[in-house]
Design a protein around this ligand. Structure first.
Ligand code: NAD
Length: 460
């Protein structure tokens, strides 16, 4: 069992001061330093893959396949992308500023690191939600304070062990703590805060950041809906929904939460969901992650017990292994317990609704991080896109928009603000400084602006 002590206020202050002093020296700004640290981070993952897989197995019975795909490969892929592109991104850009400002006055947009960035991660992907933003922060030339989730204590302990062994301790540090310790950290001024987690804490972070005018990115969650329309390929819809619900036992921020099924395809969808859950679990349910802790297990079991819908698949729970059987519930009403909050569990509530009713219900709920449309009718897809809002959308699959290279990943409204991944992450941790250098010989061109004013000189 993990035994990491939370960081004391004194140790936190030492780390905080060290990071600020290091940033002030300019050390983290050099591209050489950034690349060196990114390579070290790559090695930190590569040389410890077995330990990481084992840690997440212990933490939540996570199968190696999911840890490799959704944490290890994803983190290593981010490092490679930054190594390949950081020179170009750090160079800055030329604005489309026209002949006078752009060409003659050589306007450009310089990319500068913000300073010391605080990254606060969530438990469900305890490495990725910490290290992927860290890659962007380091790539952009910042010093970084990492705060892993205390709700994933085994992963937290591993990070406390590995980070100082691989990464420059003068510029990249880990602190640990729960709400009280994190609250103390937040009383200090940072130059950027990147938070991944629930919206309730997101508001606490935003409030603390506002006191220092600190820019933030909030990567939150929400109740991502799926719309299965009458034109959908129902077998594909059921297969992909079932697969997503089994991924980390549904404990993924942008996972499908509930399904709106058109009345004409509703029964067929349930039949195919049962088929695919059976098929995916034909070798037993050992490959299913556990619910992260007993508090979350009790929350999920409570929601399931209170549903007024009809359980047509699964439905059993086992507290001793924090196991929730993949479950399908039909005839769910919009005021049902299963629609009252983000489920974060392998439960699929199905609401009977045609496209327009689904759109109305989605509009009455907070903006989700993801929206999923199963339809083969382009007009229908456009109608849904035009009348809903969400962080991102995947059509005829679940969650894939988060993996689109060179595209932003982030929420809107209650699912957060700001984004990252690739260049968008680099920009999140950078200040774009506009610079212009009017040469002295432009004096004649600029002379119209000087006093005494003469309106004749103003062309408007
Ligand atoms: P959590 O409990 O691990 O909390 C997240 C972080 O907030 C932790 O580091 C924790 O220490 C800190 N924290 C908790 N209480 C605090 C307080 N009072 N003050 C300051 N800091 C505090 O995670 P969670 O909130 O249960 O995470 C699950 C949520 O995260 C879900 O809503 C999920 O959808 C969302 N999520 C979003 C993404 C994304 O990329 N958008 C990724 C993963 C999870």
């Amino acid at each position: 069992m993990a035994s990491t002590q939370y960081t004391s206020q004194t140790d936190f202050k030492t780390s905080y001061d060290t990071l600020h002093s290091t940033f002030a020296t300019g050390r983290t700004k050099s591209i050489k330093w950034r690349k060196w640290q990114l390579k070290q981070l790559w090695w930190m993952i590569a040389e410890n893959e077995d330990r990481i897989i084992e840690a997440l197995r212990q933490e939540m019975n996570r199968p190696a396949f999911e840890t490799i795909g959704m944490e290890l490969r994803a983190i290593k892929g981010d490092v490679v992308e930054f190594l390949e592109r950081v020179d170009e991104w750090a160079e800055g850009d030329k604005p489309d500023a026209g002949f006078v400002m752009g060409t003659l006055a050589k306007a450009w947009m310089r990319k500068e690191p913000l300073g010391v960035a605080l990254i606060i991660a969530a438990w469900n992907f305890p490495l990725y939600t910490l290290l992927s933003p860290a890659i962007a922060a380091i790539g952009a030339g910042n010093a970084v304070l990492l705060k892993p989730s205390e709700l994933a204590p085994v992963a937290q302990e591993l990070l406390v062990d590995l980070v100082p062994k691989y990464l420059d301790p003068s510029a990249i540090r880990v602190v640990t703590g729960g709400p009280a310790e994190t609250g103390h950290v937040l009383t200090h001024k940072f130059n950027h805060i990147f938070y991944t987690g629930g919206g309730k804490v997101g508001r606490i972070i935003a409030e603390a950041a506002a006191k220092n005018l600190t820019p933030i990115v909030l990567e939150l969650g929400g109740q991502a809906p799926v719309i299965v329309t009458k034109s959908a390929n129902i077998d594909i819809a059921a297969k992909r929904i079932a697969h997503a619900k089994l991924t980390n036992s549904g404990q993924v921020c942008l996972n499908a939460n509930h399904v709106f099924a058109d009345p004409t395809v509703h029964d067929q969808l349930i039949e195919r969901l049962r088929y695919w859950f059976d098929k995916f679990l034909e070798n037993g349910d050992d490959s299913l992650s556990a619910i992260i802790n007993e508090r979350h297990f009790d929350r999920v079991s409570g929601l399931l017990k209170s549903t007024a819908g009809v359980v047509v698949y699964g439905g059993s729970t086992d507290r001793s292994r924090r196991h929730v059987q993949p479950t399908v519930v039909r005839d769910v009403m919009i005021d049902d317990s299963l629609l009252s909050e983000e489920l974060f569990a392998p439960i699929t509530p199905i609401v009977v609704a045609d496209v327009d009713r689904a759109i109305r219900i989605i509009g009455s709920m907070p903006h989700p991080l993801g929206l999923y449309i199963f339809s083969q009718d382009q007009g229908e897809i456009k109608h849904i896109l035009d009348n809903t809002n969400s962080g991102g959308v995947t059509i005829n699959d679940i969650m894939l928009h988060a993996g689109v290279p060179n595209a932003p990943f982030g929420g809107v409204g209650e699912s957060g603000y700001g984004s990252y991944h690739g260049k968008f992450g680099f920009d999140a941790f950078s200040h774009t400084r506009t610079i212009v250098t009017p040469p002295n010989w432009m004096e004649t061109l600029l002379s119209f602006r000087y006093r005494p004013f003469d309106l004749k000189n103003l062309k408007w």
